[in-house]
Design a protein around this ligand. Structure first.
Ligand code: GLU
Length: 491
């Protein structure tokens, strides 16, 4: 059997997005499972949409996510270069070959002429007529023009493109490893541009040339590329090359419906770039685990996987065909699971700079105790920044909680409670709880009522970690100070 060689082939037209990361992941898992090779190929033929630091971001994001590639920019495997912009000569040569063999032809049409064609041939059934067998005779190309005309235009450097010559009345078929047998009628395939007038190849030409020359055995990519596949198959046939095996991954859908795009994810409040998850403090393992199960399932109930576990379990057969909805809550759940496995110390290290941004600089020891108490309650480290009451006395008290929880005798009760706390030694969750329950009994007030008032008084809000843990972390002095202040302010 041929060795498994897969490629992740992003275009540096933007930062790596989560859909791209999932594609890279599935390629990686498949390759590692089969002792294969992962290639990173930069598809930068579209100079107009080029983003300067995109390649850097893609590489850094893959590295953060733990997806290593074996060949790519800076890692030569003998079939490079791995940036398409450095391979121009190869594509021109192949395009010329295709013209010579009649599988491609030269076309001179201007933008206006193309727009005119679309207008002229549009019908109700076919509002977007293709440049192809039924229209090409009416256009400016080596079908419609005389040989002399074509030669003289070329000699005078008349702008031109090279188009694929698609023969009508045929069927292009292939087997997709996820979707099974697929067939397209060539009537529905346009005479795709292969070389642009700027001398650069289009995605289609460069992509298949490189897949072939880089010995790619399996193309694993998003479903949005499925409509391009018949063009690719026709190109392979024209060049007498065997196409690689193909697998098209299901679309990732937005919770608001439709494909998860930059715009729809913004609307749904979902970060779209991998670097946003990274800077928000998500665990790369959690994101990977989440993305692995976004379109694939292990065939049983398991949800938590290490990268090694994924490699062992992954198979293309268990990748689904239908679109899968992106669920940010689920990712948060994953992150919580990963976060809980980390030490308070390492989480504290992550939170420290975030707090410093707001001018909060607690001691390491104090911050670790806060993390210890909050670890089970946060999804990402930055959630801790919301629990400001650990670091600052409340400057206001939540209105709703006040209305619901603050009673006529609350102020008396918390003052009495503060008196009970004063002599407490040690000041820990257990002794604090005993003191509170004593007070409740003495005053024949429900413990719950006192707890709610004390929480509001010491944190300013109506929710948070267990009250006794909170007070222990705050310490005696702070607790008593806050209780007295609240009794005065809330009355
Ligand atoms: N450059 C394409 C992209 O940006 C690659 C598609 C493919 O994998 O063939 O996704």
């Amino acid at each position: 059997m041929n060795p498994v060689r897969v490629r992740f082939a992003p275009s540096p037209t933007g930062y790596l997005h989560i859909g791209g990361l999932r594609t890279a992941l599935y390629n990686y898992l498949f390759a590692r499972k089969h002792d294969g090779t992962v290639i990173l190929r930069i598809e930068d033929t579209d100079q107009k949409r080029f983003v300067d630091d995109a390649e850097e971001d893609i590489i850094a994001s893959l590295q953060w996510a733990g997806i290593e590639y074996d060949e790519g920019p800076g890692r030569d495997g003998g079939v490079g270069p791995y940036r398409q912009s450095e391979r121009s000569d190869i594509y021109s040569e192949i395009a010329e070959k295709l013209v010579e063999s009649g599988h491609a032809y030269i076309a001179f049409d201007t933008e206006e002429e193309l727009a005119g064609m679309r207008e002229r041939f549009a019908t109700e059934e076919n509002p977007n007529p293709r440049y192809g067998s039924s229209t090409r005779e009416h256009m400016q190309n080596s079908f419609s023009l005389s040989e002399e005309d074509v030669s003289s235009r070329l000699a005078s450097a008349h702008p031109h493109v090279i188009r694929l010559n698609v023969t009508p009345g045929e069927t292009v078929s292939f087997t997709d490893l996820i979707r099974g047998d697929i067939a397209f009628a060539t009537e529905n395939v346009d005479d795709q541009i292969l070389m642009k007038s700027d001398g650069h190849p289009t995605y289609h030409l460069a992509n298949i040339v490189d897949d072939h020359m880089m010995g790619v055995s399996h193309v694993i990519r998003g479903e949005e590329w499925l409509p391009s596949t018949p063009k690719h198959i026709l190109l392979y046939e024209a060049l007498g090359w065997d196409p690689p095996k193909l697998a098209h991954l299901p679309l990732i859908l937005s919770p608001t419906g439709g494909k998860l795009s930059k715009r729809s994810s913004e609307r749904a409040g979902i970060p779209v770039f991998v670097n946003e998850y990274r800077s928000a403090g998500y665990e790369s393992g959690a994101l990977i685990n989440f993305l692995a199960l976004l379109g694939w399932n292990p065939g049983d109930e398991r949800e938590l996987f290490s990268m090694e576990g994924l490699i062992e379990t992954f198979s293309l057969e268990r990748v689904g065909q239908s679109g899968v909805q992106f669920d940010l809550n689920k990712l948060q759940w994953y992150n919580e699971q990963y976060l809980r496995q980390r030490s308070a110390q390492s989480i504290a290290t992550d939170v420290k700079p975030l707090l410093a941004e707001s001018g909060i600089e607690p001691s390491d020891e104090y911050l670790e105790r806060v993390v210890e108490v909050m670890k089970e309650r946060i999804s990402i480290p930055s959630d801790l920044v919301e629990a400001m009451y650990f670091f600052q006395d409340p400057t206001s008290y939540d209105d709703k909680t006040k209305k619901k929880r603050w009673k006529e005798d609350s102020s008396d009760l918390i003052l009495l409670f503060s008196e009970k706390l004063d002599p407490l030694e040690p000041f820990d969750a257990t002794t604090i709880e005993i003191a509170l329950r004593e007070l409740a009994e003495e005053r024949e007030a429900g413990a719950g009522r006192i707890i709610h008032s004390v929480r509001l008084a010491t944190s300013g809000v109506g929710f948070g970690p267990g009250l006794f843990d909170l007070l222990e972390v705050l310490g005696k002095e702070t607790t008593i100070r806050r209780l007295r202040a609240a009794a005065e302010i809330l009355g």
